[in-house]
Design a binder for this molecule. Structure first.
Ligand SMILES: [Zn+2]
Length: 722
């Protein structure tokens, strides 16, 4: 019986991987499994906790569900789940060693076994070694945070060494954040000594957005990087075949407080890995996270973790299959490989329904394998600036993120394929992958970045610039001039002290060859484009339309009433759009912020159309042009070796929600239960031989260079041979 079962399991196990291919280059989907019940602490007398958490069973069930690797919890904040000299084992395990069970079973079934190990929030260790806690600016201990400059670094290496001796294939190390908000660290004695050694001056006190604070910011970034690199080097020196990945927090909504920069902290392990989830970050962020990780580690595989639970980890619920499939295929279409996180029941029991659904979803991935991992075909690169995040965003980085995320939202709704461009690693080659680069309120642009953007434009690239891009110095102070004045073809005259600004476009006859700007927008009508705005005086640019400041009531002018709620339009203060030609390229600058508006709670469709129309004006004939509902996300890839264009379409179908029980009006989206029915039209500018849909029930018709598909599915791939 046992032999038969193991034979069946080996037949179900993933395709054979030649030893020279690391597991993370050969995998599309895997699982992470850990127990539930100690995440908020644990009493040592709680012997029911994790009593049935069994490494052998976890590996078997993951393999049966078509998982291609298994991440098993070996260490969390409270316990080890193996026999450790450094941390108590979960008492309910008795004599059992979950890591040993998992490693033995994984070896038998030829599946990579990764050990999950907590780094930050080591509650048990900090009770034993309180002197390793991070400290705030006044030297007061921050009870839940460990300092990465303390001897904890050597301590954790010893514990990693224990786990390495089991013969694991990799580590998932979670996390290297320095906290997600106040109180900020760290002003402990270890940090003071290290800072003085590196800087030759004492550690300045407290958060202050000045030159001294810059030295602390850099010190914090170096601290996280040193910690990551040190652990990775230790693992490689002990066993070079063991992989290391760190849970990543370089992308929005995370900012300087976690101690990570997008590129600096994505490249210290074998690949980058991060988390997503509609419950915490919204449906649009699923694809955005994948694209962000791609940009932070060019030419490397990147992993995104999602979860089977409805609301958050450890909630013991299972999402409908459609909901799981939508998120998973969105990640895969964007080129990520995916870890599904399962948290067991209190005693370690594995929910069979969850494994049924995950198994069904993973089997579908296996069937569709050849359709993932190809080169993205993107039209717009959205510039993300870590300098702006830190120095304009400061303690409220969401204000800056709203422009970046609003631009992404507009592009997804309009089916304009995008990628992310990061200030830390952008070069001419990065920019030239895109016909258009969008600068969404990128307040800080260094001289070398402006030079790069100028070369890109001179050689035929196009720029869309919004709001106050280029108007701040490196420390986030508003300047009298914008660094982009030559590119924009206008002089910066000042910032409007209002967010409720308006735009009015002239009649089509006035726009003439720029009439594309008006598509979907009523001419001679002003509408709210909420967000930052500046007044610019054209030098070489053609001014188009008007930017209007808002009315202010007498009470508002007296300072007795706030201005958060939008007011109606008052009089024009300058042009809405500036069109400039630079070398072989063009620059279209919005003096307001249609990106911020699209990301805001006062998003109107016309604000989004402004961005879409700008891109269509600059790049009128993209390689592929898609028309589909805003609820459908599309991803285009090219496989030049087989001359295959693929258009992935993902139908999001969240049903309506009711009044939330708390935090009204903030509504969490409902779970997808069924596949949507939608129509996709595709216009292809290059000749192609054939077009087929992957799903048999999709109705596909072709007329010349146009195809149309009626899809009733969560995920469809339209496959074009050229
Ligand atoms: Zn410290």
């Amino acid at each position: 019986m046992w032999l038969t079962l193991s034979l069946c399991l080996s037949l179900l196990s993933p395709r054979f991987q030649p030893p020279q291919t690391p597991w993370f280059r050969a995998s599309l989907v895997g699982m992470e499994v850990g127990p539930t019940g100690a995440q908020f602490g644990s009493d040592p007398s709680d012997i029911g906790y994790a009593a049935r958490f069994n490494g052998r069973e976890v590996v078997q069930k993951c393999v049966k569900a078509h998982s291609e690797y298994v991440v098993i919890w070996a260490r969390d904040g409270e316990y080890a789940y193996y026999d450790s000299k450094f941390q108590p084992k979960a008492p309910g395990l008795g004599k059992r060693d979950v890591l040993r069970e998992a490693v033995e079973e994984a070896r038998r079934l030829h599946i990579p076994l990764i050990a999950y190990c907590v780094l930050q929030y080591p509650a048990q260790t900090l009770r034993a070694r309180p002197e390793w806690r991070a400290r705030d600016k006044d030297g007061k201990p921050i009870d839940h945070l460990v300092c990465f400059n303390s001897p904890y670094r050597e301590f954790i290496k010893q514990q990693l060494g224990e786990m390495l001796s089991y013969g694991i294939d990799g580590f998932h190390l979670d996390m290297v954040d320095q906290g997600f908000g106040a109180p900020h660290g760290c002003w402990c004695d270890y940090c003071k000594r290290e800072f003085e050694k590196e800087n030759g001056s004492p550690l300045p006190k407290g958060v202050a957005w000045n030159a001294e604070w810059n030295s602390i910011l850099e010190f914090r970034y170096r601290t996280s990087q040193r910690f990551e690199r040190d652990l990775a080097a230790y693992v490689r020196s002990t066993n070079p075949a063991t992989t290391v990945d760190f849970n990543y927090h370089g992308n929005p909504p995370f900012s300087w407080e976690v101690g990570q920069r997008p590129v600096q902290h994505a490249n210290n392990g074998d690949f980058v890995t991060g988390e997503t989830g509609v419950w915490g970050f919204g449906a649009l962020t699923v694809g955005l996270n994948a694209e962000f990780y791609r940009a932070s580690t060019p030419n490397s595989p990147f992993q995104v973790a999602m979860q089977r639970g409805v609301r958050m980890y450890h909630d013991q619920t299972t999402r409908p299959l459609a909901d799981i499939r939508w998120e998973m295929f969105t990640l895969l279409a964007h080129g990520a490989f995916v870890t599904m996180v399962d948290k067991t029941a209190y005693d370690g029991w594995l929910d069979p329904l969850a494994y049924d659904r995950i198994g069904e979803a993973f089997a579908e991935v296996r069937r569709k394998r050849e359709h993932f991992g190809h080169t993205p075909v993107a039209e717009v690169g959205i510039w993300f600036s870590s300098g702006t995040r830190d120095w304009v965003g400061r303690d409220k980085p969401s204000d800056y993120f709203q422009s970046f995320q609003g631009a992404q939202r507009a592009l997804v709704y309009e089916h304009i394929p995008y990628g992310v461009v990061l200030d830390e690693n952008a070069n001419l080659e990065t920019l030239q992958k895109y016909p258009v680069i969008c600068l969404p309120n990128v307040g800080i642009l260094k001289a070398k970045e402006i030079a790069l953007l100028t070369t890109y434009t001179m050689q035929g690239g196009n720029l869309v610039v919004t709001g106050l891009s280029g108007c701040y110095d490196e420390r986030g102070n508003l300047q009298k001039e914008s660094g982009l004045e030559t590119l924009i073809g206008a002089k910066f005259k000042g910032k409007l002290n209002s967010l409720d600004n308006h735009v009015r476009l002239p009649a089509r006859s006035v726009l003439q060859e720029n009439a594309a700007l008006e598509e979907g927008i009523r001419p001679d009508w002003h509408f709210l484009v909420k967000g930052y705005a500046g007044i610019f005086a054209p030098t070489t640019a053609l001014p188009v339309g008007e930017l209007l400041k808002p009315h202010r009531t007498v009470r508002q002018l007296q300072g007795k009433e706030g201005t958060d709620w939008p007011q109606s339009a008052d009089s024009p203060v300058g042009a809405a759009i500036l069109l400039n030609t630079v070398g072989k390229g063009r620059v279209l600058a919005f003096t307001g912020s249609p990106d911020y508006a699209t990301g805001s709670e006062h998003a109107i469709s016309e604000a989004r159309y402004l961005l879409r129309n700008a891109i269509r004006l600059l790049n009128p004939k993209p390689r592929v042009r898609i028309t589909a509902p805003a609820t459908v996300e599309s991803v285009i890839t090219d496989d030049p070796a087989t001359r295959t264009l693929r258009i992935h379409v993902l139908g999001y179908n969240s049903p309506p929600q009711t009044i939330p029980a708390h935090d009204r009006p903030f509504v969490l989206p409902a779970l997808m239960e069924e596949a949507p029915l939608f129509r996709v039209q595709v216009e292809v500018s290059q000749p192609f031989k054939s077009a087929v849909a992957l799903n048999k029930k999709t109705r596909l018709t072709r007329r010349g260079s146009r195809i149309e598909a009626l899809v009733e599915e969560v995920h469809e791939v339209l496959i074009l041979k050229y």
